[in-house]
Design a protein around this ligand. Structure first.
Ligand code: GLU
Ligand code: MG
Length: 655
């Protein structure tokens, strides 16, 4: 999550209110200061890194049950002490292949979670792609060495019975009495929140700004014995009013923010290239979300979604009641704007913007696309503020910028160079669910990095109108979306110039130049797209609705994206061993796309629904959860022998 230094007292939201304008105004000035300093940087090396989140799980052999473990806090302290800021090169000789990249350990939102990334970034060399898995394993090994018998490290997104009685353990680590002053949750106690003030204060301030507890309603998966309608009854009026029939109701930030994701960040050559990378990754967010789906269970129920996305989104939704009808998404949501000038005409979604922020940015010479992007983030208020960090220097500090930037959790994050480090323009890819094994995690991260590299090398253009991407992101969350949903995809991605011309033909090439235009654009774009819809829908336009299998593996004349990546690797002459490693990753992605191999989410559904203790009532019992997590642990440990651990074409995939 980043950004953990503070001075003075953390403020509750009513004490932040008088400072909102100050923070927002100075946040923009701090961005401008970074922008001016870094605008001309033009030869940064292509570098990249991954970020993984994990939870520590405790098994109680007497009661045959599993819980998330607060011992993670102690383990994290040891990891940080031992490995952060260590000189990674000095270890090079004595350890395995992942060691040269080292490890860096950080806290995450929940007190039972840990986050890690390599201590230093990978570089542009293709051979580095083949070392990421070893580094992931090396990092996991550092935690494993600190686990006690009966503990495991879980990187599989969500804990199935999160929010059920005693889901946090072990008993001796849980502080009593169990209270929730920050979230007011009836399920997720505050002792599950990391103790750094950022996290409880985020929780509290989101609730206070919103004016009620957060409301998370996720459709239940209806099995043959599931109550219908499925209705939960609560002691308190607020929960009873908020909960929807046929949905699993949750009421705390912890339900979302304790879910683990798999992210990767790349550093671009310069500002323009960073914007291009960001834009080209936009259409990949729904596809990678569905392909990496790993989170179907919440509060001990099987739900009808496969990913963590909508749960986190609702879990940090600080919009007031009025804003919920005027602002499209929560702070955790899909990006709504392309950044590069040549793609601004594809911004056809009604996007709220902070006009003052935009004017300041434009007057300072920031280009249209980036000004819109920052001004869109600036519709949000700061949620964390410390009494000792209100009046700060705009040229050397970026707290107020980061304050809002780091609490807008979108599918992509555009990261300007920080004031105090020699780092270039970066883009973070955030939609993917966490994966059980390092093999899978490496496969997904390498796939994304290769997409970026091929896009830059071959001037590929994946962009499509933003409204399609947003609609596909909704589709991507559904049960088995990877096989059952259709996604818009630009199959003419190779013909970049022709593409742009084709897509703009028949549309007005409109820029966000005036306030009036900005209000009219969504309407005009919708009319244009609708009137041109036969062109958009027809195969010859290239923006087709396709299955993920078709997109990844190809069909007919369209040879698919993996073949594009293979072609790129062939042309660049990657060393044989590295190439073989990457082929294993392609195989996994290819088989997940075709259904020959199950996503984590589908494999877990199958496990639960075929467990002898399952009563076809959508309930993941304590025993089922125990067995599922034990099996995950065995699979994770045996992954080299079972690299296609979810591969089983005899498993029906329509569950
Ligand atoms: N756990 C969050 C997610 O799954 C991300 C938190 C972060 O920004 O690192 O997307
Ligand atoms: Mg994180």
């Amino acid at each position: 999550m980043g950004f953990l230094e503070y001075e003075g007292e953390p403020l509750p939201f009513n004490e932040i209110r008088p400072h909102i304008d100050h923070v927002k105004r100075h946040g923009i000035l701090q961005f401008l200061s970074s922008y001016r300093r870094a605008q001309e940087r033009n030869d940064d090396a292509f570098k990249w890194g991954d970020e993984m989140e994990y939870s520590v799980v405790h098994f109680d052999e007497n009661e045959i049950r599993a819980s998330v473990s607060l011992r993670a806090e102690k383990i994290l302290a040891v990891l940080q002490e031992k490995y952060n800021d260590a000189d990674t090169n000095s270890h090079q000789v004595s350890h395995g292949p992942g060691e040269p990249w080292g490890s860096h350990w950080s806290p995450e939102y929940s007190r039972f979670s840990i986050e890690s990334c390599p201590a230093k970034p990978y570089q542009g060399s293709l051979e580095h792609l083949a070392t990421v898995e070893a580094n992931m394993r090396f990092r996991r090994g550092q935690v494993k060495a600190l686990l006690k018998p009966g503990e495991m490290l879980l990187s599989l997104t969500g804990f199935p019975r999160i929010g059920c009685n005693d889901f946090i353990g072990p008993t001796e680590c849980v502080p009593r009495p169990i209270l929730s002053p920050a979230s007011k949750s009836i399920y997720f106690p505050d002792c599950g929140i990391t103790r750094h003030p950022r996290f409880p204060f985020l929780t509290r301030n989101i609730r206070e700004r919103r004016g009620s507890k957060v409301e998370i309603n996720i459709p239940i998966f209806k099995d043959t014995n599931t109550k219908s309608p499925f209705v939960e009854v609560f002691q308190d009026l607020e929960s009873n009013t908020a909960a929807m029939p046929d949905h699993v109701y949750m009421d705390a930030m912890g339900f979302g923010m304790s879910q683990a994701c798999l992210q990767c960040t790349v550093q671009a050559k310069d500002l323009d290239q960073a914007k291009l990378i960001y834009d080209q990754l936009v259409p990949w967010c729904p596809i990678m979300s569905a392909l990496s789906a790993a989170s179907p269970f919440y509060k001990g129920y099987i739900t009808d979604i496969d990913t963590r996305w909508n749960v986190i989104s609702a879990s940090v939704d600080d919009r007031t009641e009025a804003e919920r009808s005027s602002i499209l998404q929560s702070r955790f949501g899909h990006v709504q704007l392309y950044l590069s000038q040549q793609y601004l005409y594809l911004n056809d979604v009604d996007t709220k913007i902070n006009d003052d922020a935009k004017n300041t940015l434009l007057e300072a010479g920031v280009e249209e696309g980036l000004a819109n992007h920052i001004a869109h983030l600036w519709i949000r208020d700061p949620l964390n503020l410390y009494s000792g960090r209100i009046n700060i220097e705009d040229t050397t500090e970026a707290d107020h910028f980061e304050n809002i930037q780091s609490t807008c959790w979108q599918t992509l994050r555009f990261k300007p160079p920080p004031p105090d480090k020699d780092i270039g323009w970066r883009v973070e890819f955030r939609p993917m669910d966490g994966q059980l094994t390092d093999f899978e995690s490496a496969a997904y991260v390498v796939f994304v990095v290769l997409l970026i590299k091929v896009t830059l090398a071959k001037k590929i253009d994946f962009t499509i109108p933003m409204s399609h991407v947003l609609r596909d992101m909704d589709r991507a969350q559904k049960n088995n979306a990877v096989l059952t949903e259709l996604f818009r995809f630009n199959i003419n991605f190779r013909n970049n110039d022709e593409n742009i011309q084709k897509k703009t033909e028949g549309h007005f090439q409109i820029m966000y130049t005036t306030r009036l235009y900005r209000k009219l654009i969504p309407l005009i774009m919708r009319i244009c797209l609708e009137s041109c819809s036969p062109r958009i829908d027809r195969n010859d336009d290239g923006c087709n609705e396709m299955t993920i299998d078709h997109i990844i593996n190809g069909k007919g004349e369209f040879t698919g994206v993996i073949s594009l990546l293979r072609e790129y690797l062939d042309e660049t002459g990657i060393e044989k061993e590295a190439r073989n490693g990457i082929e294993r990753y392609f195989e996994l992605i290819s088989k997940r796309a075709s259904g020959e191999c199950l996503t984590s989410a589908q494999w877990k559904r199958h496990f639960v629904r075929t467990h002898p203790d399952y009563k076809q009532d959508s309930v993941v019992s304590q025993l089922i959860e125990y067995d599922l997590l034990r099996t995950c642990d065995i699979l994770e440990k045996g992954e080299t022998q079972e690299k296609f651990l979810y591969f089983n074409s005899s498993i029906p995939s329509n569950n």
